[in-house]
Design a protein around this ligand. Sequence first.
Ligand SMILES: [Zn+2]
Length: 243
Amino acid sequence: MPHRLLSNNRAWAAATHARDPGFFTRLAQQQSPRYMWIGCADSRVPANEITGLDPGEVFVHRNVANVVVHSDLNALSTIQFAVEHLKVEHIFVVGHYGCAGVRAAMRGIRVGLADNWLRHVQDVRLRHRKRLDHLPPDEQENVLCEMNVIEQVGNVALSTVIQDAWARGQKVSIHGWVYGLTDGLLKDLRVTMDHPDGVVPVFGAAIKRYPRVAAPSAGGSLRAGGDVEDDEEDESADTAPRR
Ligand SMILES: [Zn+2]
């Protein structure tokens, strides 16, 4: 019942005040988070709890499947405020395994209006299909969760907000993480971008960690995913971020 939330709140406020009597007075003056979190709206992935941060320490933007689109004024405005006014030093794009949005995009499941939003994740799947198609279904979903994060890190890095920040010498790094619902652990996808010249090579290196053909088995060179020469010829098609 909603009443439970209000009584929970009163208990939390009292306990927080008892632990740190200046907590609310201090926070009411000014927020000065060093971190921004761009995550999925999924109720099981709350930024503060997972990272052990108090209110005031992380600036949060969440949407279905942690997508950053160049025409989404909501996300871009939030990033702009975080970078230009709060001067956050680190932005984390955080996906999670078992993401219903990514699963719908992977399997082509229609969910309604959100299909149009999840089209962006389907685009990621199509773009990297040669790195996905040869995997077992469960692994495809996990890998797409990771690839989606890598793509969104690239989108944040290529946004005018970040490009302008870097051009004026502001230090801000974009990181890609994925969260495990089953173990509560965050994994760093090693796709940190912190200067304009690093965007393309960092993106390419991250995507190339997912091979285009099945890993060789003990019995020989098992291949799925088609002609390897063709794969090599159009390698640049999916190892550069979209602009
Ligand atoms: Zn999700």
